[in-house]
Design a protein around this ligand. Structure first.
Ligand SMILES: Nc1ncnc2c1ncn2[C@@H]1O[C@H](COP(=O)(O)OP(=O)(O)OP(=O)(O)O)[C@@H](O)[C@H]1O
Length: 233
């Protein structure tokens, strides 16, 4: 395995202030350390409420950590996302850090093919190449071609999830965060996703994800990272 360090979390803590409970604080992450290398797939494990999704959101800079650092390698230099400006965060997301959640954020009236192609266009590809790659991914994920020109608002949960995965994987990024991207998929499509992740890893990406399905977890994980819920402060 490639041993290039690509993401390093040090002494990371996150608590939420509960405004409806007189400002009480809920500690979700405390003193967490994690190193992620190119080519590995680390799966977060632990009971519901252990803070797995919160951790991914802190790394993706949706939440600012209460303490600690989120260093990642971007364009050959190290950046601490905990301190990065909004502009730097957007740059990092565009080329270095991908995030696939369970749900597709549907953009009204935009056809599926363009929704999937959009991140590649933003990364500088031309329209023809971006649409071709989008079609290739949709095809592999068994989204029928008759749906490609329709907006995905009326698609089934599993179809929307496959569109979301195609959109999330179309730009080859060094770090991929996955929050249960396969929750509504059947076995055949889970296997396609497992293969796509293996290809991304072989090309040097590092994957950090949540997979509740044990078979999927065993299929994709190179290592588990166990997490435990903390008591409320
Ligand atoms: N924005 C927020 N404000 C307040 N509390 C939050 C917020 N986000 C998450 N929490 C709390 O943090 C704790 C951890 O939630 P999180 O979703 O990270 O857990 P999880 O391990 O991903 O759970 P699951 O496996 O059920 O998805 C929960 O108690 C949740 O209520």
């Amino acid at each position: 395995m490639n041993t290039t360090l690509i993401l390093e979390l040090r002494d990371l803590s996150k608590s939420f202030e509960l405004h409806h409970q007189h400002g009480a604080r809920l500690n979700v992450l405390r003193g967490l350390n994690l190193r992620l290398h190119a080519g590995e797939c680390v799966v977060l494990s632990g009971a519901s409420g252990a803070g797995k999704s919160t951790l991914l959101r802190v790394i993706y800079a949706n939440y600012r950590p209460s303490y600690g650092t989120v260093h990642l390698r971007h364009d050959g230099r190290w950046i601490d996302l905990a301190k990065a400006s909004p502009h730097e965060v957007l740059e990092v997301r565009r080329r270095t850090l991908g995030y696939v959640s369970q749900f597709l954020r549907v953009i009204p009236r935009v056809p599926t093919l363009d929704i999937v192609a959009e991140p590649l266009l933003q990364a500088g590809a031309d329209v023809h190449d971006a649409r071709q790659r989008a079609g290739g991914l949709l095809h592999r994920l068994n989204v029928p071609e008759r749906l490609w020109q329709l907006p995905p608002g009326t698609f089934s949960g599993g179809e929307q999830q496959r569109v979301n995965i195609a959109r999330g994987l179309i730009v080859p990024r060094p770090i991929l965060l996955l929050d249960e991207p396969t929750a509504s998929l059947d076995i055949g499509n889970r296997e396609v996703v497992a293969q796509l992740l293996a290809e991304a890893r072989a090309a040097g990406s590092a994957v950090l994800g949540i997979f509740h399905d044990e078979d999927m977890r065993d299929r994709v994980a190179t290592r588990l990272f166990p997490m435990q819920a903390l008591e409320a402060a």
